[in-house]
Design a protein around this ligand. Structure first.
Ligand code: NAP
Length: 428
């Protein structure tokens, strides 16, 4: 039986688990892959760091020596970041090595370049771990439902923000308090910007959209709004109408066959399957013409769950090497345009702080109507100078809604526009 030599770039949270599982389950891997899988070199930055369970002789601080090693056939990249990961993977592929990566930031920015290199050099490029950690979602899109027409994907793809929103929903706490608690428990980074402002989810949205709609989608195409503006009042208003607020990564086909791809806080009915995805769990909800609705659920991060996805890719790639074949390459034939966010239609919930005077409601309704935004329901709470209007709209374009909000904010009957949150559901 053939031995396949593997080089790994990085040995942090994920890499250390890949190395541990690869060594401890080697008998099963050999039987499943049809080849002996031997991890022969690991690149790290700090050679002095303690790495229990990792043989020191495997480590090097010279990443180039791994991607240029003629005996290594497969590279696992778990170092993260754009550079030097990008250059290293391009060199590895140029040298005929198949590549497995968990690096969503790199794929969402330079996916096209990586795919071109894989195709030009006849190697595999696999990246299941880059979206949803342990959850198999990319291979199902690439293989299992590739015979169908996906119309929409909605994902909870960031565990930190889902944890924060879950705790705000359960305890009625303020965003800043839950963020601090999440940091203390290790659910949020010391600098949480990439998570709470939606950038991490945006990279994953780009990857999902590209696969679902057979087009090249970059993170720069993704409209992105985070959860730092969500207040305890927003959560309690959502509760009162039997909804929850989730940070969703949404990729869908518009009526004029463009791709709308966006990340934003979204109100979803409590009865929706995504509403029950709590704490740091992730889930991806897929709608396809023939399959109907599908949901993929599981642990979206963590060293061991993420290693599970990487090892699945490793066995797939090893099987191809054993059989002299390649997996599916890029499918971007549809080449669909990205819809401008201003044209994308959703429903909205708008909270307005108004003075409770005769005629206020009529004035507010007139402003909505003048921008062609149709109101579904209006609720008023409070009295006197502390009245609040909660307006739910029918589907409206982002441009119309923005113009409405701008006029409301400048009108003297409106003391403040407290929040504007998109609502999931039929837009007509
Ligand atoms: N953590 C998760 O739950 C998770 C889930 C899904 C996907 N991912 C993705 O997986 C990748 C790795 O994540 P992680 O959490 O394992 O990161 P991490 O703990 O920060 O580990 C990064 C590793 O890469 C090494 N490294 C960084 N820059 C290097 C360089 N220039 N040369 C050589 N080695 C270098 C580091 O070396 P030292 O150890 O010496 O510092 C470290 O071992 C990222 O792309 C991430 O987005 C992570």
């Amino acid at each position: 039986m053939k031995t396949l030599q593997i080089g790994m770039l990085g040995c942090g949270n994920v890499g250390v688990e890949v190395a541990r599982l690869l060594t401890s389950d080697s008998g099963d891997f050999k039987a499943r892959a049809g080849a002996e899988l031997e991890l022969v070199k690991i690149a790290v930055k700090d050679m002095e760091k303690a790495r229990p369970g990792i043989a020191k002789k495997l480590l090097t601080s010279d990443s180039d020596s791994i991607v240029n090693d003629a005996d290594i056939e497969i590279i696992i990249e778990v170092m993260g970041g754009i550079e030097p990961a990008r250059k290293l993977l391009l060199t590895a592929m140029k040298n005929g090595k198949s590549v497995i990566t968990a690096n969503k930031a790199l794929l969402a920015k330079h996916g096209a370049e990586l795919y071109d290199a894989a195709s030009a050099n006849g190697v595999d490029l696999y990246y299941e771990a880059s979206v949803g950690g342990a959850i198999p979602i990319l291979r199902p899109l690439r293989d299992s439902i590739v015979g169908d027409h996906v119309t929409r994907i909605m994902g909870i793809v960031n565990g930190t923000t889902n944890y924060i929103l879950t705790k705000m929903d359960e305890n009625g706490s303020a965003f800043a308090d839950v963020l601090k608690e999440a940091q203390a428990l290790g659910y949020a980074e010391a600098d949480p910007t990439a998570d709470i402002e939606g950038h991490d989810a945006a990279a994953k949205a780009a990857i999902l959209a590209g696969l679902a709609f057979h087009s090249r989608v970059s993170v720069d195409d993704v409209f992105c709004e985070g959860i730092s503006g969500i207040t305890a009042t927003d959560i309690s208003v959502a509760k009162a109408i039997d909804h929850v607020i989730k940070l969703l990564a949404i990729a869908e086909l518009t009526s004029d066959n463009k791709i709308s791809v966006r990340v934003h806080p979204t109100l979803i009915p409590r009865a929706h399957p995504l509403a029950s995805v709590r704490n740091a769990f992730n889930a991806v909800f897929v709608e396809a013409e023939s399959a109907g609705e599908l949901m993929f659920y599981g642990r979206g991060a963590g060293g061991e769950p993420t290693a599970s996805a990487i090892l699945g890719d490793l066995i797939a790639v090893a099987r191809h090497k054993s059989g002299g074949s390649l997996g599916a390459g890029e499918s971007a034939y549809a080449d669909l345009e990205i819809a401008a966010i201003s044209s994308v239609k959703t429903r909205y919930l708008i909270r307005l702080n108004v003075a409770d005077r005769p005629g206020v409601l009529a004035t507010v309704a007139q402003i909505f109507a003048s921008h062609n935004v149709s109101i579904q329901t209006v609720r008023q709470s409070g009295r006197g100078e502390d009245a609040e209007l909660i307006v739910m709209t029918h589907g409206a374009s982002d441009a119309s809604l923005s113009a409405t909000v701008k006029e409301l904010a400048g009108h003297d009957v409106v003391k403040s526009v407290e929040s504007v949150i998109r609502v999931e559901g039929a837009t007509s």
